[in-house]
Ligand binder design. Structure first.
Ligand code: HEC
Length: 174
């Protein structure tokens, strides 16, 4: 019984201390200052497990190498993603540079993440990071097209990307 009372008191003190910490304003929410290791661990564990849990049922279409799909994906990537994520030969813009967490280079992500994860993140976005949910404005087919294009990024040179930009100017893909 004594043990139970002591445990309850310890838990209550910890909760009060945590609330006081939240209320105090000690934690620096500035995007100029990185999170400490504990906060980073909490956020990344929460994020990674949430995404891993949600991508399980996603079926990847078999046509991700289809050139029409890749071209459609480029036309969206070049307008909506390049500002934050950059592209071969193109650094991220001022918005992308100021974001914390920094928007990663998607050529690296494409090597490390399965297409289902690229799809889920592009569709759903990630809370409190600046990564938007494109599922509110784009059909699944368009999002798969963007994924098909991201899959090409790891082997794309800056000359190839700028060539795509030139061709695409003359031809708006819907
Ligand atoms: C306003 C800035 C912004 C725009 C625009 C944006 N993103 Fe992001 N994106 C982010 C940020 C910030 C992260 C990092 C989130 C994190 O670390 O949890 C991110 C993360 C991602 C990731 C996960 C990559 C990884 O390695 O963890 C993918 C995939 C992604 N974005 C795809 C896209 C695509 C595709 C588009 C365009 C359709 C896009 N993003 C547009 C800000 C942006």
């Amino acid at each position: 019984m004594k043990y139970a009372v002591r445990t309850i008191i310890v838990i209550a003190v910890l909760i009060i201390a945590f609330v006081l910490f939240l209320e105090s304003g000690i934690y620096n929410i500035s995007a100029m200052v990185p999170h400490n290791k504990l906060t980073l661990w909490v956020i990344s564990t929460l994020k990674n497990n949430s995404i891993e849990h949600r991508i399980k049922g996603i079926t990847v279409p078999g046509n991700l190498n289809d050139s029409t799909l890749v071209k459609l994906g480029f036309s969206h990537y070049n307008v909506m993603c390049v500002g934050c994520h950059g592209a071969p030969g193109i650094p991220s813009n001022e918005i992308g540079k100021g974001l914390y967490p920094h928007p990663p280079n998607l050529a690296h992500s494409a090597k490390e993440m399965p297409p289902s994860e690229l799809f889920w993140i592009t569709k759903n976005g990630i809370k409190m990071t600046g990564m938007p949910a494109f599922g509110k404005t784009h059909s699944d087919n368009k999002i798969w097209a963007i994924v098909a294009f991201i899959e090409k990024l790891p082997t794309m040179t800056k000359e190839q990307y700028s060539e795509l930009q030139k061709v695409n100017k003359a031809e708006v893909v819907e």
